[in-house]
Design a protein around this ligand. Structure first.
Ligand code: ATP
Length: 354
């Protein structure tokens, strides 16, 4: 049975004709009793993870991880090698069972029984594309659409190819495509079932800068169309550019929030001042200013920890000029996601040494 619904799947808010979730499932999954509204109008999160842990024997892949991802959100999952990112994706993607904890994926509780229904609503793009190289792009997509038991195959393939700008390569053998183009075919495959949640595991791993940029542009366009994306990556600029929020994982979840919030959480706000020459008694001048919580000399001037840069900057400028300084520049220090990441991961390495 095919019914007409408004879909908030990968192709955005305005498509009709999405098959009923239970009818897509290979082997005929039992209908899930609390099937959520596809457009997220039930107010629930696309992904809700509570105290989830996965162990392989004595080895802990990830531990006590909790977070939520809203519908339409692009959520970045960052962490060093072995942090547990891929295992998290495999667990939420129903490929392996968690050791403890609970999760709701695309509105459905993560249980062994609900596995087929969850898989019908999500897509997972693994790090390596895993395509049949002797088949054409269209043949690959047809083959996977068949495996997923999808209806409207031709329409879905055309739409997926359009979404990744590969319509004109439909009849090329996958074996003849560059790595970047194969990654785009894998992305098209992930879009075939119009997923309510898309898991991308290191989608730009091993790609050159041009191919990386193309994949970024595609993800950005999916983001604009309201697709919910869970993106694992090592590339911090990728997360900063594409993600609404990011989580930093190192077996346990270290930090979660918008990149700008994380900067404030990890680093004190500060002002950098460049002066032509050092002043005589900086402690007396800078240490006495209200709102200045600390200061230290730098090779070209001073860095000041402040509670509010907008209030402190004019006061600092006046005080320095009053002390005879020539100010060459006065700026608020900006930290990249990379700074935050390195700060946290360094702390982890230090903690493990203790
Ligand atoms: P990378 O960025 O290098 O891919 P990751 O963050 O994705 O790393 P995982 O692949 O999830 O990390 O691995 C987390 C930990 O779990 C590692 O210590 C890994 O060796 C272990 N692990 C993963 N899969 C298995 C498995 N099937 N059996 C035993 N240990 C495993």
């Amino acid at each position: 049975m095919v019914r007409s619904v408004r879909s908030a799947g990968a192709f955005g808010q305005h498509l009709e004709m999405t098959p009923e979730p239970a009818t897509q499932v290979a082997g005929g999954a039992e209908p899930v009793s609390d099937t959520p509204a596809l457009d997220g109008s039930d107010g629930k999160s696309a992904l809700m993870v509570e105290h989830l842990t996965k162990r392989f024997g004595d080895r802990v892949a990830f531990d006590d991880v909790s977070f939520e991802v809203g519908y339409g959100e692009v959520f970045g999952f960052l962490g060093p090698n072995g942090a547990g990112k891929t295992t998290t994706v495999r667990t939420l993607g129903t490929l392996i069972a968690p050791s403890s904890g609970s999760a709701i994926v695309a509105g459905i509780p993560l249980t062994a029984k609900n596995g087929p229904a969850i898989r019908a609503r999500i897509s997972l793009m693994p790090e390596s594309p895993g395509l049949y190289l002797r088949l054409t792009v269209a043949e690959n997509l047809k083959c996977f659409a068949g495996l997923y038991q999808l209806a409207d195959t031709r329409y879905r393939i055309d739409r997926a190819l359009q979404a990744v700008n590969l319509t004109d390569r439909a009849n090329d053998l996958c074996g003849s495509l560059s790595k970047g183009l194969r990654q785009r075919v894998a992305l098209a495959r992930a879009l075939l079932n119009d997923p309510a949640g898309l898991f991308l595991d290191e989608p730009t791993s091993g790609l050159d800068p041009v191919a990386t940029r193309e994949v970024h542009d595609l993800i950005a366009s999916l983001r604009e169309r309201g697709v919910t994306i869970f993106l694992t990556t090592h590339r911090l600029e990728e997360a900063e550019r594409l993600c609404h929020r990011v989580a930093i994982l190192s077996t346990t979840l270290r930090l979660i929030g918008r990149p700008d919030e994380l900067r404030q959480q990890v680093f004190r706000r500060s002002l950098d001042v460049r002066v032509r020459a050092p002043i005589d008694d900086p402690a007396a001048v800078l240490g006495a200013l209200p709102g200045v919580e600390g200061w230290e000399p730098t090779p070209s001037g001073y860095t000041l920890a402040v509670s509010d840069p907008e209030i402190s900057a004019p006061q600092v400028a006046r005080a320095l000029v009053g002390a005879g300084a020539d100010i060459l520049a006065l700026t608020e220090a900006h930290h990249s996601l990379e700074d935050i990441y390195l700060e946290l991961i360094d702390e982890d390495v230090e903690a493990k040494r203790r």
